[in-house]
Design a protein around this ligand. Structure first.
Ligand code: ADP
Length: 873
């Protein structure tokens, strides 16, 4: 049976049946394709050599065998479908399928199956032509794969493609293109829509560029970036559009093809990059950095204007590399050359050097460079910056200087310095610190060894101090150490805590000082104070001290025992509370005077003891000073003089009584003497006359003495009363002077008076003071004849002074002569009689009038006694 001859490939027209049969057989035999026939049941009836080649089975192996032998199991179901179509008289054409060879290999085939009819047109079988299409399938698959890859690449690059036909106006966008424009599905595009979606600002530019590409004389290409407005969200995006115009034979644009890619992100990052570059540039400018770009292969060196400025070439553009190299200070040039030479290997350049400006001033620069290599590792270029570090250097130098100065101070003070890292517990210390602790300078004791030097009893002190320092930032404590087992020394450590960026304590910088000597001195002081206090407190006298302002700072136990007033109870004048009212003001005055004049004083007063007893006290005191001779206040003692005072009072009382008792007989003697003198006025008995004269003089002396004694006793017992009246002091002086002149015929008393001056005073007492001055003047100037009384007025005060040219008084006795019973040393052994109470009484009288009394004199040069009283207007 021959196969049906109706195959597409075979033309049978014009051939006789036998010819045809032969012809067909030849074709079948020689065909590259497998040509097979089968019954409607699928049994193979013919098998040509092509089928043998393709499927590996010989005709013998296949004829009479079911065709499904060459079907892979998963394709067996194809066969009934094909046979069914054949039965219906249909052809199956170019059906791509897979068959299995005898060797089990799968082959891609293209199958064409046609029905075989008998002479009656009945379908009796099928012929099939199978063509090995493996290569085609492989090629197609490859193409598909390649297309897939292209699509993926497109997707990856997000490259949209389009074509535009200017003659028809048709515009086609690829999926990606539509995605870039966010074009809704189904939406058609044309040139108008495309144009409308160009960002208005860019539209003119884009269209002009596209237009230009259509110029037949050009190459028809364009490549532009512009902004579009997306369809759905109206977002503005940057795209890059590349296009090519295809011209027809008439050089008319016939077709545009092109690509579109969304470059928004790229544009944004480019902008960000530009911004960051701008920022770097600004930073460079702000840092006043010069920059350079050095091509290491061509040795081409480009420097920025700022770099030239740094080298002192202000505004000069044509500065060569050599100019700059020549500027280096000879001392720094070798280091610079070395750094440059090593840079290609190191990858970077870094040095600091001095340069000379054209004006020969010296400046410091700091240079940083970075080497750029090619892929072979060859150094191509060096980029770098140059900074003027002159000021920084000056600052650093002054910092160094400061540190140097600090070091000198530290050394001079014998301060050990240290630094404790609180995180690592690492301790860095100076040699002096080691020395203080008893280590050799330069040694490296461990932390434990250092800690072992601390006196065991003081370890808690140290730990507590560090704990506190961590809380409040400063360390300051004293402790004992044992530099060697047999010695103990005191140290004081002070420090400051430094914090890290997170504000956590990071390290302590500190100093340590050996304070043993101070401490010993301090201890000695404490011991001495203790001794003083002990002595003071067991002393039978009261002891007291004040500060510079006179505020009481110390009283001893004795005083407290007497008065019940301790120093802590003392308000400003607390201690005065113990003094009896009449004496208080006077005592305070004396103390104040001493505080101001810084002179010693002695004052007697009465106190009321806490047991109620009234006691007489003598307080003697004076200024005390520090070792540096600085005034520190007053210090003194208070002694109970009640017994002595009582004796004195008894003596006074006796004096008062005796004087009083003497007064009457003396007055009587005086009266009789004067009577006798009168009676014997004219007698020739010289002896009598003389004797009477002498008696009168002696009686006068005695009278004065008795009056003085009486006054004294009155003063002493506080009974001196003042009977003040207003009178002219000139008049009183004149009266007293003329009285004195009468009895002192050998002296000439001169009065130098002013206009009348009224004062309010006890006339009798003031007369007594003048009389006393005059008496003394006469008494202590036996060889000199003139006595001058002066009455002067100024600033509401009147001063009466009596000047003689007698023996005078040593300055150191000036104060003392106003004390009771004091007589100047010069006259104690001479014939000048007296008790040393006249000036004492005068001083008391003047004091009670609120006036001042005093003397100006030198030994052998006479004396001027004066008193001053307030004037009544
Ligand atoms: P008296 O004269 O009785 O000793 P006074 O109290 O009057 O006592 O004087 C005290 C002392 O002052 C005298 O002892 C004398 O040393 C000294 N004195 C007083 N007046 C003069 C004077 N005009 N010149 C020198 N010394 C004087």
């Amino acid at each position: 049976m021959l196969p049906d001859a109706t195959s597409d490939n075979i033309s049978t027209q014009g051939l006789g049946e036998a010819e045809l049969s032969l012809h067909l057989a030849a074709i079948v035999q020689s065909s590259e394709d497998a040509i097979v026939s089968k019954t409607l049941e699928g049994i193979v009836t013919s098998w040509n050599p092509g089928a043998e080649r393709l499927f590996g089975y010989t005709a013998d192996e296949m004829i009479g065998q079911p065709i499904i032998k060459i079907l892979p199991p998963e394709r067996v179901s194809e066969e009934p479908v094909i046979l069914e179509r054949i039965r219906r008289g249909e052809r199956v054409e170019h059906f791509y399928t897979i068959r299995q060879t005898k060797q089990g290999r799968l082959v891609d085939i293209s199958l064409t199956v046609s029905p075989i009819k008998d002479a009656n047109g009945r379908i009796i079988g099928a012929s099939k032509i199978a063509r090995d299409v493996t290569d085609v399938v492989v090629a197609r698959r490859k193409l598909e794969e390649s297309e897939e890859r292209f699509r993926m690449a497109m997707e990856a690059t997000q490259l949209g493609t389009w074509d535009f036909h200017p003659l028809t106006g048709e515009l086609n966008w690829s999926e990606e293109c539509r995605r870039i424009y966010a074009l809704p599905p189904g939406q058609k595009v044309d040139f108008k829509i495309f144009s409308e979606h160009i960002y208005p600002d860019d539209r003119h530019y884009a269209e002009t560029e596209i237009q230009k590409s259509m110029d037949p004389s050009g190459d028809g290409h364009y490549d532009i970036s512009f902004r579009i407005i997306r369809f759905n969200d109206k977002a503005v995006r940057w795209i890059r559009s590349q296009g090519k115009v295809h011209f027809n034979s008439k050089r008319q644009p016939e077709l545009f093809t092109g690509t579109v890619v969304d470059i928004t992100q790229q544009k944004q990052s480019q902008q960000a990059l530009e911004e960051s570059e701008q920022r770097i540039r600004l930073a460079v400018e702000a840092a006043r950095m010069g920059t350079f770009d050095w091509d290491l292969l061509s040795n081409d060196f480009k420097s920025s204007q700022r770099l030239n400025d740094i080298f002192g070439y202000h505004g000069q553009p044509n500065i060569t590399h050599q100019h700059l190299i020549d500027a280096f200070h000879p001392d720094d040039k070798p280091a610079r050359d070395k750094a440059v030479a090593e840079a290609p290997e190191k990858g970077s350049l870094r040095y600091e050097a001095r340069i000379y400006w054209p004006d020969r001033s010296i400046h410091w620069i700091k240079v940083f460079g970075k080497i750029i290599y090619n892929e072979k590792g060859q150094a191509l270029r060096m980029y770098g910056t140059v900074m003027d570090s002159t000021e920084e250097k000056i600052t650093l130098n002054s910092l160094e200087e400061n540190e140097h100065r600090l070091n000198i101070v530290i050394q001079a003070a014998g301060l050990g310095t240290w630094e404790l890292n609180l995180l690592t517990r690492e301790l860095i210390y100076s040699d002096r610190y080691l020395q203080i602790l008893g280590f050799l300078p330069g040694s490296h004791p461990t932390h434990e060894e250092i800690l072992s030097k601390i006196h065991p009893d003081d370890m808690p002190v140290r730990n507590e101090a560090i704990k506190e320092a961590l809380e409040n930032g400063t360390l300051d404590f004293e402790m004992r150490i044992k530099p060697s087992p047999e010695s103990t020394r005191w140290i004081r450590s002070r420090g400051k805590v430094f914090y890290d960026k997170k504000n956590a304590p990071w390290r302590i910088l500190g100093t340590t000082m050996d304070i043993t000597e101070q401490k010993t001195a301090f201890n000695a002081l404490q011991a001495s104070e203790l001794l003083f206090k002990t002595i003071a407190n067991v002393s039978p006298v009261g002891l007291w001290m004040t500060d510079v302002n006179g505020k009481n700072t110390f009283v001893n136990a004795t005083w407290i025992e007497w008065t019940g007033i301790g120093v802590t109870d003392h308000s400003d004048e607390g201690w005065l509370g113990a003094i009896l009212d009449p004496d208080r003001e006077y005592v305070l005055g004396v103390c104040k005077k001493s505080l101001e004049s810084r002179e010693n004083f002695a004052v007697e007063f009465r106190i009321r003891r806490k047991d109620g007893q009234i006691r007489w006290m003598l307080s003697e005191g004076g200024p005390y000073y520090t070792i540096e001779k600085e005034f520190s206040g007053l210090a003194g003692s208070v002694a109970d003089i009640t017994e002595r005072k009582q004796q004195e009072i008894q003596k006074n009382d006796f004096l008062a009584v005796a004087s009083h008792e003497l007064k009457t007989p003396i007055t009587s003697i005086k009266a009789y003497t004067q009577l006798l003198a009168k009676t014997y006025e004219r007698t020739d008995n010289e002896f009598l006359k003389n004797a009477l004269g002498k008696i009168e003089i002696q009686v006068n002396k005695m009278t004065k003495l008795v009056i003085d004694f009486l006054k004294l006793s009155k003063i002493e017992s506080g009974k001196l009363q003042l009977n003040c009246e207003i009178f002219d002091i000139n008049k009183l002086v004149r009266e007293e002077a003329s009285d004195m002149q009468m009895v002192s015929v050998n002296h000439k008393i001169v009065i130098m008076e002013d206009q009348p001056v009224n004062i309010s005073a006890d006339k009798e007492r003031i007369a007594q003071v003048i009389n006393n001055f005059l008496n003394n003047a006469v008494k202590y100037s036996p060889d000199d004849k003139q006595i001058v009384i002066k009455i002067e007025q100024s600033a509401g005060m009147v001063t009466v002074s009596v000047t003689d040219n007698g023996i005078g008084i040593k300055p150191d006795e000036h104060d003392k002569i106003f004390e009771r019973f004091y007589r100047a040393k010069a006259n104690t052994n001479t014939s000048f009689s007296g008790f040393g109470i006249g000036l004492y009484i005068c001083a008391e009288i003047i004091r009670r009038h609120g006036g001042k009394i005093g003397v100006r004199s030198e030994e052998g040069k006479g004396a001027t006694f004066y008193f001053t009283l307030p004037v009544i207007d």
